[in-house]
Design a protein around this ligand. Structure first.
Ligand code: URA
Length: 433
C-alpha cells in the first residue's frame, strides 16, 4: 500500500478503508514509514477528522499493534482510569493507591506529557530509579504483589499509539476528538482491565473546551469500551482552572503525596475521591456514597500512601522520596509573579498556564527534548481568590533564569482580574455511564 496516496485521500476529505487505517497503525507501530509522512497524515486527520467507523478501526488496530495484556494472572477485578489530559492533573498518583488500598487492583497504563498537559509517566520518572517501561509479566507481578502498577507504554503494548502520541505532542495535532478517543481507548483495551473510569476534562485547560464536546468525547469512549465488554463510565470534570496548586513533574508528585496524607487541596482531593469511588462502584464494592466513604477512609488511615510507596519500590524507585518529598531536588531558580492590581482572579487561561510550564522545561517542545523534573509552577492564587496588589499569585521554577521574563509575561497574560467575584464552576459537570 502506498502511504502517500493515503495522506492524499484524507487530505482531500475522503474516508479511509479499514485496510488503510490498519496500514497506518501498523506502519506507525513498526516505524516502517518516516515520521514526516505519519505527521502529514495526522495533520490531514486533524483537519478532516475520522468518521465513526474509521475511529473504531483505528482504536482496534492500535490496540492490536502490540501485545494485548492478558491480566487473567491477576486475581480479582482489575480497575483502570484515564484522564483526557489537564494542567496539574496528578489524580492517578492518588486514585490508583486509594483504590488498591480498598482491595481493587489497579493495572494502569499511562502516558507522557501531551501538548500543554502533563503526563503521569513523566511525573513518576521524577522519582530516582522509577521504571515505567515494564514487560507484561513484570507488570502483572507488581499488581499481584502490591495491588497496583502504573506503567508507560512498553515497546510491546500499543506501540502505534506510543509513536503517534509522541508525534501529535510536537505537531499540534492533539486536540482532535477521534484521535483522542482512539489513543485512550486503544490503551484501555490493550491494558486488559475490567472496570474503567474516564476523567474527561472540560474547560480552558482541556482539549475539550466546552461541555458539549466533552460529553461527545465521553460518550464515544464509553461506547467503544462497552462494545469491548468493559464496565466503563466517564466523569466530565472541570479543567477551567489548574487542578491543585502544583504544576510540573516532581512538584506534582509532592502534591499527590500531600493529598494522600489528607492535606491536599480541596479540588484535587474531591476529584480523586469521585474517581476512586466510581472505579470501586463499577468493581462492585458498594453504592457510590459507600465507595466514596471507603476511599476517604484509606486516606485517613494512611494505607493509600503506603500503597504508593510500595509500588514505587517495586518499580525500582526510591520510596524515601514518597515518605519525604523534601528529598526532591529543588529547581535552581525561582521567580515570584506579583499582582500588579487588586481584585478577584476572574479567570485563568489554563492552557496558557500549561504552556508556561512546558516552556519552563516541564514538558517537551520537540520529541527528543529532555524533561526538567523540578521545573514548574506553584499557583498561590486561583480563580475566585481575592488578591491585593503586591501579593504573590504564582511562583515559577526552572533551571535556566533566562526563561523567566517570557514565562512571567505569558503567565500574567493567562490571568484575568475583576472587581467582582466570579461565579464558581462545579468540579463534577456530568457523568456518562
Ligand atoms: N490521553 C491520551 O492517552 N491520549 C490523548 O490523545 C489524550 C490524552
Amino acid at each position: 500500500m502506498d502511504f502517500k496516496s493515503i495522506i492524499q485521500k484524507k487530505r482531500d476529505g475522503f474516508a479511509l478503508t479499514k485496510e488503510e487505517i490498519e496500514f497506518f497503525a501498523f506502519s506507525a507501530a513498526n516505524e516502517t514509514v518516516p515520521d514526516y509522512q505519519l505527521s502529514a497524515l495526522l495533520m490531514a486527520i486533524f483537519f478532516n477528522s475520522l468518521n465513526e467507523e474509521e475511529t473504531l478501526w483505528l482504536t482496534d488496530a492500535m490496540a492490536r499493534s502490540g501485545d494485548m495484556a492478558d491480566l487473567t494472572g491477576i486475581d480479582g477485578i482489575k480497575g483502570d482510569k484515564h484522564s483526557t489530559g489537564g494542567v496539574g492533573d496528578k489524580t492517578t498518583l492518588v486514585v490508583a493507591p486509594v483504590v488498591a488500598a480498598c482491595g481493587v487492583k489497579m493495572a494502569k497504563m499511562s502516558g507522557r506529557g501531551l501538548g500543554h498537559t502533563g503526563g503521569t509517566v513523566d511525573k513518576l520518572e521524577s522519582i530516582p530509579g522509577f521504571r515505567t517501561s515494564l514487560e507484561t509479566d513484570e507488570f502483572i507481578d507488581i499488581v499481584n504483589s502490591c495491588g497496583l502498577c502504573v506503567a508507560g507504554q512498553s515497546g510491546r503494548l500499543c506501540p502505534a499509539d506510543k509513536k503517534l502520541y509522541a508525534l501529535r505532542d510536537v505537531t499540534a495535532t492533539v486536540d482532535n476528538m477521534p484521535l483522542i478517543a482512539s489513543s485512550i481507548m486503544s490503551k484501555k483495551l490493550a491494558g486488559g482491565a475490567d472496570c474503567i473510569v474516564l476523567d474527561v476534562k472540560c474547560g480552558s485547560g482541556a482539549f475539550m473546551k466546552n461541555q458539549e464536546s466533552a460529553k461527545a468525547l465521553a460518550e464515544k469512549m464509553v461506547e467503544i469500551g462497552r462494545g469491548a465488554g468493559k464496565k466503563i463510565a466517564a466523569l466530565i470534570t472541570d479543567m477551567d482552572t489548574p487542578l491543585g496548586k502544583n504544576i510540573g513533574n516532581s512538584l506534582e508528585v509532592a502534591e499527590a503525596v500531600e493529598t494522600l496524607r489528607g492535606n491536599g487541596p480541596d479540588d484535587l482531593t474531591e476529584i480523586c475521591l469521585l474517581l476512586a469511588a466510581k472505579i470501586l462502584q463499577l468493581a462492585g464494592a458498594g453504592d457510590f456514597e459507600e465507595c466514596k466513604a471507603l476511599a476517604k477512609s484509606k486516606i485517613a488511615d494512611g494505607s493509600a500512601l503506603k500503597k504508593l510507596a510500595e509500588m514505587v519500590k517495586l518499580q525500582g524507585g526510591d520510596e524515601n522520596y514518597i515518605l519525604n518529598t523534601e528529598l526532591f531536588p529543588k529547581a535552581k531558580f525561582f521567580r515570584n509573579v506579583v499582582a500588579e492590581e487588586s481584585g478577584y482572579i476572574a479567570a485563568m487561561n489554563t492552557e496558557g498556564i500549561g504552556s508556561v510550564c512546558v516552556a519552563l522545561g516541564a514538558g517537551r517542545q520537540k520529541e527528543e527534548d529532555a524533561i526538567d523534573p523540578s521545573a514548574g509552577i506553584v499557583i498561590e492564587k486561583k480563580t475566585g481568590d481575592y488578591v491585593e496588589k503586591g501579593d504573590v499569585i504564582a511562583i515559577l521554577y526552572c533551571s535556566d533564569e533566562a526563561l523567566f521574563d517570557a514565562a512571567e509575561k505569558q503567565y500574567r497574560k493567562a490571568v484575568t482580574f475583576s472587581s467582582s467575584k466570579p461565579n464558581g464552576i462545579p468540579l463534577l459537570l456530568d457523568v456518562v455511564e
